[in-house]
Ligand binder design. Structure first.
Ligand code: SAH
Length: 214
């Protein structure tokens, strides 16, 4: 029981379930992960509102419904090896970690990577690893991945990441585009890639390179 439990319940009921997310496992994970722990402390009161929130460095934690929509699209069964690009606050990573075998999450902004790593390990999310790096490269040493999820929007399909998908049903969920973005799901069967469009969305851009914070 925590102070925010009733707010979290309302979030799941009215923002997520009411909009058509029906996977019990996804709803349970959204109920379990304490979103207020992943936002800056002065914003904890707003953590369960129906919108993204600023987390510093011009980045945002996504709206709860979008996190649930992307997670449901990943069709996780509990054993998957997952790659997330864009750790940000670590919230999406925590939700994925409840539903999969392991999550590798790549972030290019060092202070965000460090803070998210501390939040996750401090709250018992032990099957996640945060890596400082440029997500455009993916993690070739750990590939293939059953699921790759991008939470920043590339202007064009990131080819290197497609190659790191499990070639027998691996799926990539990503916002694609610049001004106008579409959330899409690409499923790989060997050299075939099947695309489904899920929704219109607004994400921060996926930016190449790792800025120097030393
Ligand atoms: N999943 C996050 C949302 C973070 S916003 C959450 O739950 O809070 C998107 C994040 O993607 C930002 O932190 C941004 O720094 C990061 N990002 C943008 N381009 C990137 C790249 N090329 N490689 C890795 N991370 C990137």
């Amino acid at each position: 029981m925590d102070l925010y439990e009733s707010k979290r319940k309302q979030m799941v009921e009215y923002q997520i379930k009411a909009r058509g997310i029906s996977s019990e496992k996804v709803l349970e994970a959204m109920m379990k992960v304490k979103r207020h722990l992943f936002v800056p402390p002065e914003k904890a009161l707003y953590a369960y509102e129906d919108r993204p929130l600023a987390i510093g460095h011009e980045q945002t934690i996504s709206q709860p419904y979008i996190v649930a929509l992307m997670t449901e699209a990943a069709s996780l069964t509990g054993s998957e090896k997952v790659l997330e690009i864009g750790t940000g606050s670590g919230y999406q990573c925590a939700v994925l970690s409840c539903l999969s075998g392991s999550v590798y999450s790549v972030e290019r902004i060092k202070p965000l990577a460090v803070r998210a790593g501390n939040t996750l390990s401090g709250n018992g999310f032990m099957n996640c690893e945060i890596i400082l790096g440029d997500g455009y490269n993916g993690l070739p040493d750990q590939a293939p991945f059953d699921v790759i999820m991008l939470t920043a929007s590339p202007p064009a399909m990131p080819e290197k990441l497609l190659k790191q998908l499990n070639d027998d049903g691996g799926r990539m969920i990503l916002p694609l585009g610049t001004v106008s973005q579409t959330l899409i799901k690409v499923t790989r069967y060997r050299s075939r890639f099947i695309r489904e469009d899920l929704a219109g969305v607004i994400f921060v851009p996926m930016v190449p390179g790792v800025p120097d914070y030393t």
